[in-house]
Design a protein around this ligand. Structure first.
Ligand SMILES: NC(=O)c1ccc[n+]([C@@H]2O[C@H](COP(=O)([O-])OP(=O)(O)OC[C@H]3O[C@@H](n4cnc5c(N)ncnc54)[C@H](O)[C@@H]3O)[C@@H](O)[C@H]2O)c1
Length: 345
């Protein structure tokens, strides 16, 4: 049954999700910050600033006015870059019906509180039931979703009712929506893969080879799982779409901004300078710092994230970071994972 859906954030991902929902006959309105983007969507059925060249459904409407976008919305999808989620959620909170399902599609870790995106949203929307908030994640380049190519994602929430309602509303053969009751695991995967993709891009940029990249992705998966488990996530979630699935996509796909950032760093370009020239976000840059702090707070070993943090934010030379990773002590492969003990087996 068609629903009224509000998408908050008209970057590439918000636009792609809104286009998908509008194509399957939901009544969709998208909130954009930039008047030019809103005008473009309404008048040309295109978002030239963030998703140039993709034809959007003419039924998709856009506005810069939160009250207009959110009026009687049954599902609200929040999708600004993670650094702006708190402000954006607070901006729209008073216009969202208490019974609306809240879905967060932003990926990151809050720099101030070190909380996940559902935690940030729950704080910014105190009138909404925190336990029924949903996280949407998985291997999904916006451009491919907008083009209607087959994509699988996962929607996770502690509330079975919420997750089923949201997943059923968005699921189609070309946009398969799996369900999960582990929002922590799903969110940690979505945040950490961006950091690990920077490392994978740097690895490729340095020409270290495909063996090295596969090793980096796999060891990255281990540290993603260690951090997620320490926060209470289910170890098996990291085998899923939001874990290994998104990690593979972001670490190997040419459309990945985080991977591109890593490749630029390998060329000797300053990350800060490169990002300042981009209109779009590479979430892994800020997430590296938040994830490193979170891991230190929890006492979790995240060696790749640690090196990404030091290279991006503390000017550690990339070759020194690489050497530090390669000269770590030999250990059991499953070290630090549940049931394996902490030392060599
Ligand atoms: N692009 C993708 O393929 C993709 C896929 C899955 C998830 N995501 C996630 O979706 C989220 C949004 O990414 P995106 O790719 O759509 O963004 P984007 O880089 O395409 O666009 C940037 C967005 O930032 C917004 N913005 C800039 N300054 C702002 C401010 N001060 N306050 C609020 N908003 C501001 C802009 O309005 C725009 O919507 C991120 O967390 C990202 O990790 C992206």
């Amino acid at each position: 049954m068609p629903k009224k859906i509000a998408v908050i954030g008209a970057g590439a991902w918000g636009t792609a999700l809104a286009a998908h929902a509008a194509r399957i006959d939901h009544e969709v309105m998208i909130w954009g910050r930039e008047p030019d983007v809103v005008r473009d969507i309404n008048e040309r059925a295109e978002n030239r600033l963030f998703l140039e060249g993709v034809a959007l459904p003419k039924t998709l409407r856009a506005s810069t006015v939160p009250a207009e976008v959110l009026a009687s919305a049954e599902i609200v999808i929040l999708v600004p870059p993670s650094a702006f989620l708190r402000n954006v959620a607070a901006l729209v909170a008073e216009h969202v019906s208490k019974t609306a399902r809240i879905v967060i599609a932003s990926k990151g870790i809050d720099e101030r509180t070190l909380g996940l995106m559902t935690d940030v949203t729950a704080e910014a929307m105190p009138d909404h039931d925190a336990a029924s908030m949903c996280a949407l994640s998985g291997p999904s380049f916006a451009r491919e979703v907008a083009a209607g190519l087959p994509t699988d994602v996962v929607v996770a929430s502690k509330s079975a009712e919420a997750v089923l309602e949201v997943a059923s509303a968005l699921h189609t053969p070309m946009f398969r929506v799996y369900t999960s009751r582990d929002p922590i695991g799903v969110e940690v995967g979505g945040a950490m893969k961006n950091v690990l993709a920077i490392a994978a891009g740097a690895c490729d940029g340095l020409g270290l080879g495909l063996n090295a990249r596969a090793a980096l992705i796999t060891r990255g998966l281990s540290e993603m799982a260690r951090l997620g488990i320490a926060l209470g996530g289910d170890p098996l979630t990291f085998m899923g779409l939001s874990g290994v699935g998104d990690l593979i996509l972001t670490s190997t796909g040419a459309l990945s901004r985080n991977r591109s950032l890593g490749m630029k760093v390998a060329e000797g370009v300053s990350a800060g300078k490169y990002l300042a020239e981009q209109r779009t976000v590479a979430e892994g840059y800020l997430t590296a710092r938040a994830a490193w702090r979170l891991a230190q707070k929890l006492g979790v070993d995240v060696p790749i994230t640690e090196q990404v943090y030091y290279v991006l934010h503390e000017d550690r030379p990339l070759l020194e970071a690489m050497k530090l990773l390669l000269t770590r002590a030999q250990k059991d492969e499953l070290w630090g994972l549940p049931g394996t003990g902490d030392g060599p087996r």
